[in-house]
Write a protein that binds this ligand. Structure first.
Ligand SMILES: [Zn+2]
Length: 644
């Protein structure tokens, strides 16, 4: 194997480009960005105290760890669960690794070492590792890669190993990962087995393992896996290629399609390959796909993957709210992809989507307590809906799933969230997400960020250590932030939405930049081609999408029957309620009760547009942030509200 020096080990972040990578921005060094208070800190605390601990118990009770012990010969019996059971263990290990990096925890480190020993014991002598395949598959390898998830599990192991090294400094899992990666390099590629896994993730994982170890062959294999798609590999297995992101070569693709998590894990990996190989053509193809996704296939929440049918993207503008799939894992994949596009280009639109997705598509996936999860994130729950499939939101959040991809994926994202706050470049320091905490740039510069975001739009950045010479502080001004303004060392400056506010100077300790993002209530409507919500309005305030949820409605009014006037929505009163849902800002506005909605026939002669007088009854309605729904009594919900 060929090794070269890398930056990986010094970076406590899931994606750490090497010094030679073609990127505009770089993650900050280990411990240099810390969320220490406020909104996300509370979510991270629930993740650390509750989710990681119950997650460890679930891996035991659901059989994931037992599967590995059976493969290791330490227990006998049949393995349980879906074929990718090992990946849940690895995602939990990744979360534990990042979490230990945030703050040392002896109990967590003990579990990391114990689980690592189990994983290592299950590994075959030649490096192969997949407990379900080793036991249930009778030792057969790679005979059905579109379905078998063998590389998928390997990829999550690589990501976990990198996290455990970067976060906990423990190399035990990395030894297992390197052995498996070397086995993959020896087995797959041109002139060897020319096949790809049906579920991407190994691409970005191999690039990260290259970044951590400097082993060039891992990057080469990742690049080959990216370029091998779109050339009929899954059809050779007798399977339909669209679902597997295998219909079109990545370089020729113009939009996202097929299984949503597969699609965005692949593009995230391709972005890593493009960065490490300086591949401008590949990056341009990814920009096109990202633009296609954002302009036609993304929910107002940032969620992606509209169809229950095979968890796939729908057609353009197929974004119905009630049967929205919008898997939590797909939101996480979208964040990972956008983050890599941000590093590559430095463009704020990618950080804008990261923000929208984190607050409104990722966070709804976990309860405020931290231990119950949504797999699917519908934007509407109808009155009288009954739970059918295990994943349906009509169940409310659940403590685990037979297919438990989402819970540990949420855990690793919250544990690594500090890494998404800031970057550095030759110009200086960039702040992309706003949270109370500290950021350290190059040359000793240090910043203290204080904010009550997303409830309040003021972000105060104090230079606590000035660093050396002139450098630029860049603060993202979200595209929604019309009227944003800033004060730099007492002087007002313009802040253009959809770009970065850039201030370049020789800083002194105590200098303050204050950014004020207006948090007016914003009624939004969809492109009329989104038929399912035509004539409806959603409410946003700051980075948050709101919803009308049954517990906040007056007696006798069902969420289904709320009708709104945009002019009245604009008068909504924002009130911070510390007592509600762990503290949220609610929006209260006049609305109308639908007239006789439930008594007419299902289909009826079209009426003229109603005059306001025909819906005379004004009721006061309160909306809450969508991420917080279903934390009280489960009932009807609407993000999109029909106009009166
Ligand atoms: Zn999932």
């Amino acid at each position: 194997m060929t090794t070269t020096p890398t930056a990986g080990a010094a970076i406590n972040a899931p994606a750490a480009p090497t010094p030679g990578a073609a990127v505009a921005l770089r993650p900050v060094p280990t411990g240099a960005a810390r969320i220490t208070g406020g909104f996300w800190s509370a979510r991270q605390a629930a993740n650390r105290r509750q989710a990681l601990r119950t997650g460890y118990e679930k891996l035991e009770s659901a059989g994931n760890l037992r599967n590995l012990r059976i493969a290791a010969g330490q227990e006998t019996g049949e393995v349980r669960g879906p074929i990718f059971m090992d990946s849940d263990v690895y995602k939990w290990l990744e979360a534990a690794g990042w979490e230990h990096g945030r703050e040392a925890d002896a109990e967590l480190l003990g579990w990391i070492r114990e689980v690592t020993a189990t994983v290592a014991a299950a590994q075959a002598a030649d490096g192969y590792l997949d407990s379900v395949q080793q036991v249930r598959g009778g030792g057969e390898r790679y005979t059905d890669l579109p379905w078998s998830h063998e590389h998928y599990c390997a990829g999550h192991l690589f990501q976990a190993a990198v996290a455990v090294v970067r976060g906990a400094g423990d190399t035990g899992l990395l030894d297992v990962a390197v052995k498996l990666a070397d086995h993959l390099v020896a087995t797959f590629g041109p002139g060897k087995v020319e096949d790809v896994d049906g579920h991407p993730v190994v691409e970005m994982a191999l690039v990260e393992l290259y970044r951590e170890t400097g082993t060039r062959e891992y990057l080469d294999l990742a690049r080959w896996f990216v370029d091998a798609r779109g050339h009929g590999i899954t059809e050779r297995h007798g399977k339909q290629p669209t679902y597997f992101s295998d219909r079109v070569p990545v370089r020729e693709q113009t939009t996202v399609e097929g299984h949503s998590v597969r699609a965005v894990y692949l593009t995230a990996g391709a972005a890593d390959v493009a960065a490490e190989t300086g591949d401008a053509e590949l990056l341009a193809a990814l920009v096109r796909q990202w633009e296609g996704m954002v302009s036609t296939k993304t929910y107002v929440t940032g969620g992606i993957g509209a169809r229950w049918d095979m968890e796939q993207f729908g057609d353009h503008h197929e974004l119905g709210p009630d049967r929205a799939y919008a898997e939590t894992c797909a939101a996480i994949g979208s964040v990972q992809w956008s983050w890599r596009m941000l590093l590559a280009t430095g463009e704020s639109r990618y950080a804008d989507l990261v923000e929208r997705t984190l607050y409104n598509a990722f966070l709804p996936g976990v309860s405020l307590r931290g231990t119950e999860y949504f797999y699917v994130n519908a934007l509407q729950l109808r009155d009288g809906a009954h739970p059918d499939e295990e994943r349906s939101v009509a169940h409310g959040r659940r403590p685990w799933f037979d297919c438990a991809c989402c819970p540990p994926n949420i855990m690793r994202t919250l544990s690594s969230l500090d890494a998404y706050v800031a970057t550095t470049s030759a110009d200086g320091v960039q702040l992309h997400q706003y949270a109370t905490g500290t950021v350290r740039g190059a040359d000793g510069a240090e910043l203290a960020v204080t904010t009550d975001y997303p409830w309040d739009g003021t972000v105060r950045v104090e230079v606590t250590a000035p660093g050396t010479g002139e450098w630029e502080l860049a603060l993202r001004v979200p595209a929604w932030a019309t009227g944003a303004r800033a004060v730099v060392a007492g002087r007002p400056v313009d802040a253009e939405p959809g770009d970065y506010l850039r201030v370049r100077r020789a800083w002194s300790a105590g200098d303050v930049v204050e950014l004020v993002l207006p948090l007016e209530v914003r009624p939004v409507e969809a492109d009329p081609r989104v038929d399912a919500v035509r004539g409806c309005v959603a409410l946003e305030r700051g980075p948050l999408v709101y919803c009308v949820e049954q517990p906040d409605l007056p007696e006798g009014l069902v969420a289904d029957d709320v009708r709104v006037h945009v002019a009245e929505l604009r008068t909504a009163r924002a009130e911070h309620r510390a007592d509600l849902l762990e503290g949220v800002t609610t929006l209260t506005f006049p609305a109308r009760r639908a007239a006789a909605a439930a008594t007419g026939p299902l289909y009826r002669p079209a009426s003229d547009d109603p005059a306001p007088a025909s819906l005379p009854e004004v009721v006061e309605v309160t909306a809450v942030p969508y991420y917080a729904w279903a934390n009280r009594e489960l009932g009807p919900l609407r993000v999109w509200l029909p106009r009166a």
